[in-house]
Design a protein around this ligand. Structure first.
Ligand code: ADP
Ligand code: MG
Length: 246
């Protein structure tokens, strides 16, 4: 399959701290890559570098043939093609759910309002939230707001979707409804890079799992290899922190 996203020898420092250390990764169209690793290992920084939210010191990120950095002029066009959803949903509090979704495509992409609205309603229906279109964010649960945030990313027609711990702030009963949406996106062949601590979900959704530590890919493999037959002691120890024995 065709390569869509390519990271070549990416390094990123914050002052003297090396957060990403000569990291390379290639993602194919339709592939779902899950990234796991201990807190502070650089997962969020990595995703932020991929859509140009961080400057990078060395290396390059390519979306197809286009360089995501460092040419700032091209950045916004390229960034539009890489959607991102964060742990905090950041919806505009004084706009309705429908307005929150249609704002960027109308204002940034200059698309036709009626057409965008129709698409927004379809997407809302798909995530089970059509009835909330005229509500305000405060009237929605965390899980519902996160599903709106996913719709807001999808309506920009991204070629790649980056999800950074999108269920980390949710109550357990809401995690499922959000992850089910992500699973359905994976089934329809969306290219995604997902940072998550939900290991059962990672196993179900991933084509490939990557373990990041100290700015490097320590181990990667298919979900079956990665979770059931980890090779490095470091990954074994990391996975043990997710299981309990009496
Ligand atoms: P993760 O998402 O894996 O928990 P992050 O990518 O958020 O890790 O952070 C990686 C490291 O970079 C941490 O040591 C963090 O403190 C540091 N870091 C992240 N963002 C900044 C920043 N804007 N300025 C300085 N240090 C930062
Ligand atoms: Mg993070």
């Amino acid at each position: 399959m065709e390569e869509i996203l390519k990271v070549n020898n990416l390094s990123k420092r914050f002052d003297e701290i090396v957060v990403l250390d000569n990291l390379s990764l290639s993602v194919k169209k339709g592939e779902v890559v899950v990234i796991v690793g201990p807190s502070g290992c650089g997962k969020s920084t990595f995703l932020r570098c991929l859509n140009g939210l961080e400057d990078i010191e060395e290396g390059e990120v390519l979306l197809g043939e286009e360089k995501v950095n460092p040419n700032k002029k091209n950045l916004s066009k390229t960034r539009e093609k890489i959607g991102m959803v964060f742990q905090s949903y950041d919806l505009f509090p004084h706009k309705t759910i429908l307005q929150n979704i249609t704002l960027a495509p109308i204002k940034v992409k200059k698309r036709n309002k009626a057409e965008v609205t129709e698409e927004a309603l379809k997407l809302l229906d798909r995530v089970g939230l059509l009835s909330k279109k005229d509500n305000y964010p405060r009237q929605l649960s965390g899980g519902q707001k996160q599903r709106v945030a996913i719709v807001r990313a999808l309506i920009m027609h991204p070629e790649v979707l980056l999800l950074d711990e999108i269920t980390a702030a949710l109550d357990p009963e809401m995690v499922r409804e959000v992850l089910d949406v992500v699973l359905s996106l994976a089934k329809e062949g969306r290219t995604m890079l997902i940072v998550t601590h939900e290991m059962a979900f990672a196993k179900a959704v991933a084509d490939r799992v990557i373990f990041l530590e100290n700015g490097k890919i320590v181990e990667e493999g298919s979900p079956a290899e990665f979770f059931d037959h980890p090779k490095t002691d470091r990954l074994k120890r990391f996975l043990e922190t997710f299981s309990y024995e009496k």
